[in-house]
Structures are given as C-alpha cells and as structure tokens.
Design a protein around this ligand. Sequence first.
Ligand code: TXA
Ligand code: MG
Length: 317
Amino acid sequence: MAEIGQDIFKCKEILEKGGLVAIPTETVYGLAANALNPDAVAKIFKAKNRPSFDPLIVHTDSLEKLKSFTTSLPLDFELLLRKFSPGPLTLLLPKRESISDLVTSGLPRVAVRIPNHDLSLSLLKSIDFPLAAPSANPFGYISPTTAEHVNKQLGDKIDYILDGGPCSVGLESTIIGYEGEQITVYRKGGLAIEQIESVVGTVDVLDYSSSNPAAPGMLKSHYAPNKEVLLLPVGNTINFRERCGILRYSEFSMDVEKGSQFVLTEKKDLIEAAQNLFKGLRHLDGLDIDTIYLELVPDEGIGRAINDRLKRAAAVV
Ligand code: TXA
Ligand code: MG
C-alpha cells in the first residue's frame, strides 16, 4: 500500500525524481508523473496496464503555462478557459515539441487542463514541469473519487497518494477540440455542454458509441465493474434476475432487496448524483451478487455525462 498524506513537498520530490504520485482533482483522482520526462510517463502506462495508444491529459496551473504547451490557442478556447478554469474542462490543442509523443500517443494534439483542487494547484505551482495524469484506476475499471479507492487498486504501484478528500465533481472532465471549424465534445464530463454552449454557441457532440479515432481511449467498455452490467429499459418493468443489485437515480425499487440497491440522489440533484456515481458502482461491484442493473438519470446538464458513463459501464466488450 502507498503512503497517504497531504505532504506537497514530498510529492514534489518524488515527481522530480521521476516517480508516481496520485493527485486529487475536482473530477477524479489522477495518477501523475512529470509530463516532460518520458521514463516517468512510461511508468504511468505500466502501473495502469494502459495501452500506449491511449494518450494522457497534461495538467497545469495557469493559462500562461498552458499556452507554452501549444502552438496556438483559438480565441473561443481562451474564452472558455477564462470562464471555466480551473475546472473540469480539457482542451485538445496542437502540441509543441516539448511534450513527448509518449504523452500524446503520437497524435498531433495534446490534451491540457487546469484542475480545480487547492492541493494539486499548490503542487503544480511548486514544480517547473506539467503533470501527465490519467485517472488513477487500472485500465478500463471505474475511476477513483477518494484516496482510499486509489490505494485499494494501485497502492502497491505508486510512491505517494496526496489525499484531498472526496472529489467534488466525481466525473472526469469534459474534453473538447476542433474538428475543422467546429468545436466538438469528445467526452461528456463534469462541465455541462449547456455551459460550454452559453459561451461559444452550438457544439457538436460525439456520442459514446461513435467510432472515435481522435480519442482512442474512449472505448465503450470503460468504467466497467467486474460483474455483468445491464441497462434498465426506460419506464419498463422487467423480471429481475436472482442475485442482482440496482443503481437507482432517486428512489429505491420495490422489486429488489434494499441492501442490494444504491440510490444516487434522494433529492434529485444531478450534481449529487455525479458525486456518488463511481462510489455507487464500486459499492455494487463489491456485493455478493452476479448482475448489476443501471437506471439512467434525466438526460440534461451533467446528467448527460452520467448517462454516458452508465452506458459505457453496461456495454458488452
Ligand atoms: O478529469 C479528468 O480528465 C481526469 C483527471 C485526472 O484530470 N483524467 C482523465 O484521464 O480522465 P484519462 O486518461 O482517464 O482520460 C483521458 C481521455 C482518454 O480517453 C484519452 O484517450 C483522451 O482523454 N485523450 C488524451 N489525450 C488526447 C489527445 N492528445 N488526443 C485525443 N484524445 C486524448
Ligand atoms: Mg480514465
């Protein structure tokens, strides 16, 4: 198991030596290494068992530093950054030479974001390199929203876990980039599409099922628990299987034992539902059951990103 604490100086030392540190962000915990050190970045892929074709997001703490990783920042993106950063927004931008091909998996764009968490921002300010960080989970499994989640699954592969408490958003960042002239959402996430559109007008949204060569990591089977996962048909009653559990939006079902259910938000608050989503999936995955049913949530605001994750969790590999 890794050491867990709040020692930023220790994180800085480990990262400067090319080690791995799990960091808290407002979205999910990240598994961080010096983005300018290919040996350090290679350790991330190894620890997560992540294929090298799946590129990493580069994290930094200021607009000025972010600009130094790209050859150009379109005006609309600068407006979005000014409005929503630090925050759950990742931009795909043409990369500068300094960012290694290992980070971008050889793609011409680099993904960058400024996470909104005090501890990680302090850490990023204290170092003179950006941090490459995917979510701190084994490849294909549910993202971690607490230090304990990270420790359980990757604790023996990480030098230190910076504990920033439970993540306030609970879903990964929204990823956007340009397809030609059109701003496109590649991954729905913690920043609602409506909020982005309020600044830049209508955007294109790639669905979870789209074949999406620009973002090779967005496989349908992501976020999957280890049990069989099925989507509940909307409004339909079904014959539930034996030994099953359900992830529900706001109220318990009468059809399944209460102890095998997880309700995301009794007060029908989508923000709270997002905060509890991965915790709920983990909880159900840990029960002595064979099947997990998932109920979709209202498809608006951050609910669209929650439904995206539910559909991916239920997708058959
Ligand atoms: O909220 C988040 O974004 C979290 C926290 C830790 O910042 N990070 C995260 O990273 O979710 P990860 O690696 O689990 O997901 C990043 C996604 C992957 O699906 C990857 O394919 C895509 O971003 N991506 C990264 N760099 C890219 C690039 N240069 N071009 C296209 N897609 C990219
Ligand atoms: Mg991930």
